[in-house]
Design a protein around this ligand. Structure first.
Ligand code: TYD
Length: 204
């Protein structure tokens, strides 16, 4: 089993790429689940709604971080670890790296504190691979404004906020367990680059 996380700015195409990988795994009869953060459990979805809604009282940055971490702890214990124990692959849309990028890079909470909380929430569970769909803040904004849905609380932040997030992702992606793909490319190309990487790792 493998634990693969997808990261990137909003609008970077994570969901589409995960769906394509999921189809590929189905064809190879590899059991897997597709999940996302915040979410992946009833409580996680409730927290997601509370964090991202634009009406009502907005959480201060530390409260926001703790809410993401609470959702993550529930997600890890209730869904991710049981799936891995069941020998399933886990494809996850966002994980701890998003807290480093958004709450540390974006909201200026110290990276050490976010790292500590990530480890506390996950019990030190780390992805086997993190795929970064790298996109400029400008392109992310363009893609988001082309959607029909209303912007959530994070998406309403300014260009600078998203630039800092991208920078944090790129720094984290220097780790050998990350793969960076250019999200400006079309999805077929991205999918074949990902498959090439997974075959290179002999996972497929
Ligand atoms: P996402 O599901 O990617 O949003 P969408 O479905 O609208 O594309 O993520 C929700 C938002 O939460 C996104 O703006 C990133 C943010 N986020 C954090 O700020 N910190 C975190 O730890 C996580 C997991 C997400």
């Amino acid at each position: 089993m493998k634990f693969i996380v997808f990261e990137g700015l909003d609008g970077s195409g994570k969901t589409t790429l995960i769906k394509k990988l999921s189809q590929e795994l189905d064809q190879s009869r590899i059991h897997h689940i597709h999940t996302r953060e915040p979410g992946g459990s009833k409580l996680g979805d409730e927290l997601r709604h509370m964090i991202l809604r634009t009406e009502g009282e907005a959480p201060v940055p530390r409260a926001e971080l703790l809410m993401y971490e609470a959702a993550r702890a529930q997600h890890v214990d209730r869904l991710i670890r049981p799936a891995l124990a069941d020998k399933k692959w886990v494809l996850c849309d966002r994980f701890s790296a998003s807290s480093i990028a958004f709450q540390s890079g974006g909201r200026h909470i110290s990276e050490d504190q976010v790292t500590w909380l990530n480890q506390f929430a996950t019990g030190h569970l780390e992805p086997d691979l993190t795929v970064l769909l790298d996109l400029s803040a400008e392109e992310s904004e363009k893609r988001r404004s082309g959607r029909n849905e209303a912007a959530d609380r994070m998406e309403k932040e300014d260009r600078d906020f998203h630039e800092r997030i991208r920078k944090s992702f790129l720094k984290q992606a220097e780790s050998p367990t990350w793969l960076t793909l250019n999200a400006a490319l079309n999805v077929e190309t991205l999918h074949s680059q990902l498959m090439h990487h997974l075959r290179g790792l002999k996972w497929l």
